[in-house]
Ligand binder design. Structure first.
Ligand SMILES: CC(C)(COP(=O)(O)OP(=O)(O)OC[C@H]1O[C@@H](n2cnc3c(N)ncnc32)[C@H](O)[C@@H]1OP(=O)(O)O)[C@@H](O)C(=O)NCCC(=O)NCCS
Length: 175
């Protein structure tokens, strides 16, 4: 298959949480983290496509852990799957405590980009090739995430969302 390996789209960004990035409780502001995620994932999508990309959707992001000022934030992005003109990027965020060196995985998020031409019109992208078991799993699961996104955006009907239906059915059987 012609295309880039998922590992070739890997992009790393490391940030220090400064006072300007923090809220009144001394923790990183959510909007700042979303901004860093947008940058690291856009670079990953551009590495995959060698095209200008624009953000078209950001999946639900849950802020479970506060990130204190002074922490090191590590953002890792990889293109999990491409479609016709769109690319899904997975971003893993970890927080490093400099005093102990401990690292904790804090967030995972998916951003979707569209590759565009000079006039801002969508253009096709080549596929990415998953190699590891983890990459293959992200690649498979991307189908149902795409269906959910397009369903919520009113661009797809439930009867067209086959992967999502199968997933919901399998989950309901387990419970
Ligand atoms: C992205 C943009 C070019 C898409 O234009 P469009 O007219 O919707 O184009 P299309 O209908 O051909 O869709 C293009 C792709 O976007 C995807 N897409 C559109 N809306 C989407 C959504 N809400 N969620 C996920 N994907 C979406 C489509 O599925 C399609 O993907 P595919 O080619 O891989 O199948 C246009 O919406 C745009 O310019 N948006 C502004 C982007 C921007 O400025 N971002 C910065 C943040 S403000």
């Amino acid at each position: 298959m012609k295309g880039k390996k998922v590992s070739e789209t890997y992009t790393l960004k490391t940030e220090l949480v400064m006072p300007d990035d923090s809220n009144n409780l001394g923790n990183l502001m959510g909007g700042k983290l979303l901004h860093w995620m947008d940058i690291v994932s856009a670079i990953s999508a551009q590495r995959a496509s060698n095209r200008t990309v624009v953000t078209v959707a950001v999946d639900f992001v849950e802020f479970k852990l506060p990130i204190p000022q002074g922490s090191i934030v590590i953002l890792e992005a990889r293109v999990s799957r491409t479609f016709t003109s769109s690319l899904e990027v997975r971003i893993d965020v970890s927080v490093e405590d400099l005093s102990t060196g401990n690292r904790k995985h804090s967030h995972v998020a998916y951003y979707t980009f569209v590759a565009v031409d000079q006039s801002g019109r969508p253009i096709p992208v080549t596929p990415v090739i998953p190699e590891t078991e983890e990459e293959k799993q992200w690649f498979e699961e991307a189908l149902r995430r795409r269906e959910l996104r397009l369903l919520l955006a009113g661009r797809l009907d439930m009867d067209q969302a086959k992967n999502l239906q199968e997933y919901i059915y399998a989950r309901s059987k387990k419970e």
